[in-house]
Design a protein around this ligand. Structure first.
Ligand SMILES: Cc1cc2nc3c(=O)[nH]c(=O)nc-3n(C[C@H](O)[C@H](O)[C@H](O)COP(=O)(O)OP(=O)(O)OC[C@H]3O[C@@H](n4cnc5c(N)ncnc54)[C@H](O)[C@@H]3O)c2cc1C
Length: 397
């Protein structure tokens, strides 16, 4: 397989680099682009960044041109993420809308749904969340119990979702519900678009180990959802949900690769700044060995991304490559961040305001704590190992 970029792809990369050089003043959080402490100001900066990307047509570049995208190929989408990864930028809040809800609406929505929702997803004016997981339905999503009863012109939804990222900011939710429990567990589901401002929707933020309330519990009590908000037809919720998850896997792979590429770069820089026994850590053979291992590992993640995207561009199913990618990414991301915290030693534990506290160490600690979620989010490590065992290695179920 040839992993080099075509002339057109190299031209595309130049266009991306040119835009980045003109529009990114420096890393977000550096003196050139300070990160506001005040949460309200932080939101403003993030929304401002989302607007800038949108106005320059760098949001949803894989969306068809008719819906405001660039009709970029999966490889171009990857190139964009790879180039952006060289810079720290605010994390947009509309990742679920652009990467999952939008493509699902394009695949299964009516013309009216496309016209209503797609433009504001792309512009970031409306934020979306994903209401799939429940307290007793995560890996086994089809076990979900949130009910959807026919109420005439509308559905009545009752139940609870959990781990719902950005629900506290979202105007809309893609919600998978159970309309009929008499058949097989994959049948009888309805996939709904729910306005989060509807009476009966209650969002309760959950504060994580990092101190950030990134995700939420969402409760639905007799929530009336207009029938025109059904996506993909009665009882077809499972099929529609699979579309969402396929887009999640593809988009997440580019995003995660971008992040680990940057993390590796930053850990290398850290080893150039910290001395032990009179020499910089980057000169220590044990540290060098570890860094070389991670560099090779990150490169396999780049190649797995390209492999998956080559299949998608050629119209063939990438199969389990995305699962293998996530499995390798998760382990190396968690280990790499642990290495950074080890390097910092006791400094990593100093809280803001204490003697010797350094904001750099603070950030590393936050990233390391956040990485605990890596083996759970977007498919747990055990489930991915099962998929790899069965579908790649041909082991029995
Ligand atoms: C940061 C973060 C953000 C998230 N955001 C969202 C979101 O926005 N929307 C949303 O819907 N969900 C979201 N999730 C939920 C996520 O998709 C689920 O946590 C995940 O699918 C696992 O489900 P669960 O937590 O119910 O664990 P369970 O499925 O109950 O699993 C518990 C443990 O059992 C293991 N296990 C389960 N089944 C098997 C099996 N067959 N074989 C071997 N081991 C097994 C699992 O690996 C795990 O270790 C998020 C999760 C995290 C961590």
């Amino acid at each position: 397989m040839d992993f080099s970029y075509s002339t057109a792809e190299l031209d595309f990369r130049e266009e991306v680099r040119d835009w980045i050089n003109k529009n990114i003043p420096g890393d977000f959080g550096s003196p050139a682009w300070p990160r506001p402490e005040d949460p309200k100001k932080y939101m403003e900066v993030t929304f401002g960044w989302m607007k800038k990307l949108y106005e320059s047509r760098w949001t949803g570049i894989d969306w068809p041109k008719e819906y405001g995208g660039r009709s970029a190929s999966p490889i171009e989408q990857f190139i964009f993420m790879e180039e952006m990864a060289d810079h720290i930028t605010p994390s947009p809040f509309h990742t679920i809308g652009v990467g999952m809800a939008g493509p699902t609406i394009m695949a299964h929505g009516t013309e009216a749904q496309k016209q209503r929702y797609l433009p504001k997803i792309l512009s970031g004016e409306e934020i979306w969340c994903q209401g799939f997981s429940e307290p007793n339905a995560g890996s086994d999503l089809a076990a979900l119990k949130t009910t959807c009863r026919d109420g005439g012109d509308f559905y009545v939804v009752n139940g609870q979702k959990i781990w719902t990222s950005v629900a506290h900011l979202a105007q809309f939710c893609i919600l998978v519900t159970r309309a009929d429990s008499t058949g097989s567990k994959h049948a009888g589901m309805n996939y709904l678009i729910v306005d989060m401002r509807t009476p009966g929707v209650e969002v309760r933020p959950l504060v994580q180990i990092t101190g950030d309330p990134e995700f939420n519990e969402v409760f639905f009590s007799d929530v009336k959802v207009p029938k025109e908000n059904l996506l993909g037809g009665e009882g077809n919720g499972w099929m529609v949900a699979i579309t969402t998850l396929m887009h999640e896997r593809m988009n997440i792979a580019a995003l995660l690769y971008g992040r680990i590429k940057r993390t590796l770069h930053d850990v290398v820089e850290l080893t150039k700044q910290i001395k032990r026994h009179g020499r910089y850590l980057c000169e220590d053979p044990v540290i060098r060995h570890k860094l070389a291992y991670y560099a090779a590992n990150v490169e396999t993640q780049r190649l797995n991304n390209l492999r998956m995207r080559a299949h998608a561009s050629g119209g063939t199913d990438p199969g389990p490559i995305g699962s293998v990618f996530k499995l390798i990414w998760c382990k190396s991301n968690m280990d790499l961040l642990e290495m950074a915290v080890d390097i910092l030693g006791p400094y990593a534990e100093l809280m803001p305001g204490s003697d010797g506290h350094h904001t750099l160490a603070d950030e590393w600690m936050r990233h390391w704590l956040r990485s605990r979620a890596n083996s759970i989010e977007g498919g747990t490590t055990e489930i991915l190992k099962n998929i790899t065992g069965e579908r790649v290695l041909g082991l029995p179920r």
